[in-house]
Write a protein that binds this ligand. Sequence first.
Ligand code: AMP
Ligand code: MG
Length: 406
Amino acid sequence: MQDLLDLDLARAQMLGTLKPLPWLEATPGAAAGCHLAENVHAVHAVPPFANSAMDGYAVCSEDLELRRGDPLRIAQSIFAGSAPGAPIASGHCARIFTGAPLPQGADAVIAQEDATVLDDGRVSFDGHPAAGAYVRHAGADVREGQQLAAAGTVLNATRVALLTAAGVERVRIHRAPRVAIIVTGDELRAPGQALEPGAIHDSNRPMLEALARRVGADVVHSEQVGDDPERLRATLRAGADAGDAVVCSGGVSVGDADHVRALLAEEGEVTFWRLALKPGKPFAFGSLHGRPFFGLPGNPVSTLVTFMLLVKPALLRLAGAGNLEITSLTATLAQDVRKRPGRRDFQRGHFEMTEEGTLRVRAFERQDSNLLGVLAAANCLIDLPQDSGDLAAGSRVRIIPLEGTV
Ligand code: AMP
Ligand code: MG
């Protein structure tokens, strides 16, 4: 068992060999999904000018107070997109609409629901507004020069909007990783292909493509190859030519048809192989023609688990992500769970919120690493510590939610 590497050590070692890809410039909109290569600051304030938060009337609150609620004359109408208009004179107000600039002299807006237009065209108001009522002050959302997002942050939809609103035209972002996906196995048939006895449909290739895209990577090469070592060698070379990283499933264990690790050693370098992990023990990481190479075991659950725990953080590191932590939560086991000490076990589970607001998780009865049906029904992986044996119902465990990430 000593030759099995601890998962956290393996991940740290792997991440230590990886650097973010070079940066490039793009508009915030075009850079959506990418990670910032620099801290970004507001070019101008948001909002850039004081404006109305309501459809109504812009008034000078002090003037209205002095007039003890006398009706005001409507001097002008100001729409969103209009220039601010003339200053408000005493005894006057401006018809104003949401987003329209406040005219000089006005310091409050009265909602049109609280206003009555009289027959003579003047307008009277219910009550007195406080200074600043329904006014969005310049810079109240964002100050000029304020930091909007830090290097390493992902440009999600809300940050794209924030940067754009604050006048940021171009940002430096890390290029999205280009990933080559290779699946190996004589038994594999492409989707739609008929299955002769002994053949199965290749489910890892579409799964890995989807997972890679979820992480924001571009899948630039995707190929299925049999267990012939020379064909596999040529495919691995083509993958390393095409991608910033190569993700390969199958053929990485110790069977007679498993050639991936030996080829990696010949064509590049094996950094580590075999983890104290279940499922996913025969995972290999190394460098193939200068590209990071991930050899994932072919059983679909092992493929998914090793992708989530190792490939995903690695791709995020290439993408320039600042935070590579895998999101996990604490939950209580709903039933006894069987576990043998020696390997860290990521069991498939289903968690839910209890009425008390805590999380309760149930491990699936069947935990074999080939069971795609169980995998697809699971909404989390239950992270059971390496040295732990059986766990009793009520034990506190960490879970990794899968919803929204796979
Ligand atoms: P291997 O890692 O090549 O020893 O494969 C382990 C198990 O996973 C075998 O039962 C394979 O048939 C299965 N397997 C390997 N690759 C795939 C794939 N691409 N799609 C579905 N199952 C696979
Ligand atoms: Mg195989």
